[in-house]
Write a protein that binds this ligand. Structure first.
Ligand SMILES: [Zn+2]
Length: 127
């Protein structure tokens, strides 16, 4: 599971980087006039990579930040940090509960991985 967790953490970091940029591609955006935008820097005047649209700023950056925080909380909750094994050793949870928690954690992380199914590394990470 650790390969999947690391890859997911990278995808969430990328989400965070894109919040301030174009909502399609993440490149920096700049305003041309009211309601018209273009990519900034070397991408000025260019369309989004692999899209037929032009640049648009993220319409809901605060929502996007909350989604990043939520995904990080999921990763922290389900990434195996050894605390579950410690709970078994203390007798706080049974071995069966431990196995169930591992299976559920992997299922949740694979669902999160579906969000990024078009990004490089998906096939290797989701195995
Ligand atoms: Zn774009």
């Amino acid at each position: 599971m650790s390969g999947l967790v690391g890859w997911l953490a990278e995808q969430v970091d990328e989400d965070e980087r894109r919040i301030e940029g174009c909502c399609h591609c993440g490149y920096p955006v700049t305003e041309i006039s009211d309601l018209r935008w273009t990519h900034d820097g070397p991408w000025q005047g260019r369309r989004c990579p692999r899209r037929i649209t032009g640049a648009l700023p993220n319409p809901e950056p605060d929502q996007a930040r909350r989604e990043v925080a939520f995904k990080r909380a999921l990763l922290a909750r389900f990434a195996n940090d050894g605390s579950t094994e410690a709970a078994v050793e203390r007798g706080d949870i049974s071995a069966a509960e431990y196995v169930t928690s591992q299976i559920e954690g992997l299922a949740v992380l694979r669902l999160l991985g579906e969000v990024y199914s078009e990004r490089p590394g998906y096939a290797e990470a989701i195995r």
